[in-house]
Structures are given as C-alpha cells and as structure tokens.
Design a protein around this ligand. Structure first.
Ligand SMILES: NC(=O)c1ccc[n+]([C@@H]2O[C@H](COP(=O)([O-])OP(=O)(O)OC[C@H]3O[C@@H](n4cnc5c(N)ncnc54)[C@H](OP(=O)(O)O)[C@@H]3O)[C@@H](O)[C@H]2O)c1
Length: 336
C-alpha cells in the first residue's frame, strides 16, 4: 500500500512516498481504508524530534528523554506520521462486534501514529467512532485530536455556564476546539491569536478576540474565571491579576516552574494553577460526534493536499499561514 514514510529526522524533505506492506487486522481490530488525515502539531514535532531543543519542548524537561524513547533518539521509531483520520472499514477481526465492513469512521491514534497511509488497523475499542453523517471525510478527519484534548482539559478547568474564559492559542488544533466547546458549555469566550487568524477565531464562536501581536491580554483590565493557555506562552505571575477570585490558570503545555506553582496554589491562595494532561477516551469522541450532528461543532478546512504532497503540506503548515485545518487526502477519497 501507499504511505508517507520517514526514516531520518529533519525538514519536510524527509517525507517520502513509498510502497509498504498492507496491515492485517488482529482478532479485536478493524482494518480501515484511510480517506483523509490532517497535518497536526504532533506530526511536525515527531518529524523533527531529534532537533527539538529543550526550550522548544513544551513540557517538563524530565519528560524529554521519555519522549525521545517514544519517537527515537537518532532515527525515528515511528516511521509513518498521522495521529487522526477518517475512513471506511474494509475488514474486521473475528472478535469485532461494534463495527462492520463499510462503516464510515473517524478516530485518533495518538502518539503511535500511522495515518499517513492507505490503510491502518486499530482495536475496535480504541478512540474510534462512526463518522458524523453531516461531515465529509476531510472535515471529520481533522476533529478528533483537538476535540478530545480540549474536552478533557476544559473539564479539568472546571468550566461552567456563564464563566468568562480566555483561550491563549485559540487558532490552533486544541484552541479552535476549546473555543467551540467553551461556547457549547455556555461560557463567554475570548480567543487570543495573531492578526491574520482573528476572523477565523470569531467564526468559531469567540465573542471577543485579542491579537497577541498588538495587545497584552494581561494588561487590558479584564478578568476571567478561566485562562486556558495552550502553548504556555504566558505565565501565572503575569496572568494572576487577570483572574477572578477562585479563577483557574490552566496549562496544556508547562514547565517545572508551573508544576511547583500548581502545588503551591493547591494549599495557598484562591487562584489556582492547573497543569493538565488530557485523559484521552472514546466517550469524548462519541460526545463530539453528537455535537457535530446537532450542528454545535464544526471543522474548518483551510487546504487539502493529496497524500503524495505531504511534504508540501508540512511546509505550508510550518509557514504559519493556515486558518483552519490542512488535510491530506488519499485516492479512495477522490473515488467516492
Ligand atoms: N496537555 C496535554 O494533554 C496535551 C496534549 C496534546 C498537546 N499538548 C500541547 O499542546 C501544544 C500544541 O497545541 P496545538 O496542537 O493546538 O498547536 P498548534 O495547532 O500549533 O497551535 C498553536 C497555537 O498557538 C498560537 N500561538 C503561537 N504563539 C503564540 C503566542 N505568543 N501567544 C498566543 N498564542 C500563540 C498559534 O496562533 P497563531 O497561529 O495565531 O500565531 C497557534 O494557533 C503543544 O505544546 C503540546 O505539547 C498538550
């Protein structure tokens, strides 16, 4: 089968179209014919993991060697990128009960990746769901990562109806999902992003937008129940005055200092720091499926590239221009 393979870490040039063996499903697995898979933050990170410096690594440094064990030290351990996808079930293992051949599905593979390929296998009880009928394969493929992570983290931020919520990094994979979910929960949402993305973030439902290249949100006199920083570009000391009493400073990316602040604010003060790792579970994917079918969650596509042009798609994402999702499509998609 056709796949985009990389055997060296480096620039987008390392992505090569190759013929590789077609996987066969185990007894509890489904074989999925992939129609579409987006280019996400994780794909760019994994592709060049050897060259990620400690300052570029957005997590506590002790986790860096663990991540290197996962992605490889000098050579990539995972050779096919792509952590989310939409496609059609072609075959099922003998113990599979939840799905059948012909089902249209979407799902999330996480760091094991493998979706930049014509076929993939995954357990039926993995992060997999029937694709919303109201979405195309391309739209659905770009949903799982951001939505699953944002849903889990917003719960850890104790989001409530009527809360004033600020999302720093609102135009990215997690942020664009967080804006939509926070609105669904009944929060008043402010999205922070760069100038060209302001309209995009508004179109996701944010009531207010702040351009971080022109305005420092910690200096505008507003205060929030929840400040959710996706990349951890702000700091608790700067954000503290922008939090209401009992406000939460929630970080999806954090260093050791923020972990100590989390411990400290647990015992002292009314404003809390929460450094959170998402609990990825299929229930959130089923929940998002329902929101999509109810017209309460959308997937905005910036550009599609055929799988063969994966390197070009990576360069486009790295240019920082994308407003919405960039998705790779496979031949099967064009056949439907
Ligand atoms: N905690 C967890 O469980 C978990 C799980 C997965 C990932 N993560 C973390 O999440 C991060 C990736 O998130 P993502 O996939 O949403 O990334 P992404 O799609 O690359 O988006 C990053 C966003 O950050 C914005 N940004 C860049 N510089 C900024 C600044 N100075 N101020 C405010 N916003 C800025 C960008 O906005 P513009 O384009 O407008 O500049 C972009 O929209 C990584 O650090 C990863 O480690 C955490």
């Amino acid at each position: 089968m056709k796949a985009i393979v990389y055997t060296e870490f480096g620039s987008a040039d390392v992505l090569q179209l190759k013929e590789v063996g077609k996987p066969a499903p185990k007894d509890n697995e489904v074989l999925i014919r992939v129609h579409a898979t987006p280019v996400s933050y994780g794909d760019l990170l994994a592709r060049n993991f050897k060259n990620v410096s400690s300052s570029e690594f957005n997590m506590p440094l002790p986790l860096l060697p663990l991540s290197r064990m996962q992605f490889g030290f000098s050579k990539p351990k995972v050779n096919i990128l792509g952590s989310e996808f939409a496609g059609e079930i072609e075959a099922t293992g003998k113990d599979v009960r939840l799905y059948k051949a012909g089902d249209q599905v979407f799902g999330y593979l996480g760091p094991r990746m493998g979706a930049y390929a014509a076929y993939l296998c995954m357990p039926e009880d993995g992060l997999l769901s029937i694709k919303p009928a109201s979405m195309s394969y391309v739209e659905a493929a770009a949903v799982p990562y951001g939505a699953i992570i944002a849903a889990s983290l917003l719960r850890k931020g104790n989001i409530r109806k009527g809360h004033k919520v600020l999302i720093n990094g609102a135009s990215g994979g997690i942020g664009s999902a967080a804006v939509q979910l926070a609105r669904y929960y009944g929060a008043e949402v402010t999205g922070v992003c760069s100038t060209p993305k302001l309209e995009y973030v508004k179109s996701l439902g944010a009531e207010h937008v702040i351009d971080y290249t022109r305005e420092d949100f910690t200096q505008n006199g507003e205060s929030y129940d929840l400040i959710f920083d996706i990349l951890g570009r702000s700091s608790f000391s700067r954000c503290k005055n922008s939090l209401k009493q009992n406000g939460i400073y929630l970080l999806a990316s954090f260093k050791m200092k923020a972990l100590f602040q989390m411990l400290w604010t647990k015992i002292a003060g009314s404003k809390k720091v929460i450094c959170a790792l998402a609990n990825e579970n299929a229930d959130d994917l089923f929940f998002i499926h329902e929101l999509i079918e109810a017209g309460k969650y959308k997937s905005i596509i910036d550009k599609c590239f055929p799988l063969e042009q994966a390197a070009e798609a990576h360069r486009y994402v790295e240019s920082g221009q994308k407003k919405g999702n960039v998705v790779l499509t496979l031949d099967h998609y064009h056949e439907t």
